[in-house]
Write a protein that binds this ligand. Structure first.
Ligand SMILES: Nc1ncnc2c1ncn2[C@@H]1O[C@H](COP(=O)(O)OP(=O)(O)O)[C@@H](O)[C@H]1O
Ligand SMILES: [Mg+2]
Length: 177
């Protein structure tokens, strides 16, 4: 059988007064979509936050392409090709769509941000996702569903190997889903 791109074994996470994860195992295979299901408070978000470097695990191991890895933080996770779209949106409302997608990794023209290139790439992503918006539109003008699409565009633009969506349909209409 193929090696899983990701394997989490015996993951443990405790918060004061609650053992959120008690020996959890998970395997992901390349090219596959996996749904992680469980009731509220089951520990889904906690597990995904460990995988994306938001939380430190208290026990267990993570193997990435068969090699044990320590995910040191969110930046480290991004660098390793793990992108997460959190249940709570993380956008800056008074910036444009494109600026949000490429925040912190803007295209440069000399010392300046190349806004034409930024919005060109932003528009490409929006088109790919069938979002009828311009990359130059401010995020504050968008519906909750459209904001979620911006988060999805951002994750896609990172060219991640693993994209985690934590309850992404929560804020979406049926068509958007
Ligand atoms: N930051 C935190 N501090 C304390 N307890 C937490 C924290 N995050 C999650 N928990 C607790 O951990 C358990 C799992 O929560 P969570 O991972 O959010 O579940 P799910 O996403 O499956 O609904 C719950 O009992 C929750 O209250
Ligand atoms: Mg959750």
């Amino acid at each position: 059988m193929k090696t899983p791109i990701l394997k989490m074994t015996n993951i443990i996470k405790e918060f004061p007064g609650v053992k959120a994860l008690d020996g959890v195992n998970l395997e992901l295979y390349e090219g596959k979509v996996m749904a992680l299901m469980g009731e509220n408070g089951a520990g889904k978000s906690t597990l995904m936050k460990i995988l994306s470097g938001v939380y430190k695990k208290d026990g267990g191991q993570i193997f990435y392409n068969g090699v044990e890895e320590d995910i040191k933080g969110p930046k480290d996770a991004t660098k390793k090709g793990i992108a997460i779209i959190h249940q709570e949106l993380n956008l800056i409302k008074d910036l444009s769509i494109g600026e949000n997608i490429f925040l912190g990794r803007e295209f440069k023209k000399g010392f300046r941000v190349d806004f034409n290139k930024l919005h060109e790439e932003g528009d490409k992503l929006l088109k790919k996702l069938n979002v009828n918006r311009s990359s130059r539109d401010l995020v504050e003008k968008l519906s909750l569903g459209e904001q979620q699409m911006v988060e999805i565009a951002k994750a896609l633009s990172l060219d991640a190997k693993i994209i985690i969506m934590d309850e992404p349909t929560d804020a979406l209409t049926e068509t958007e889903t």
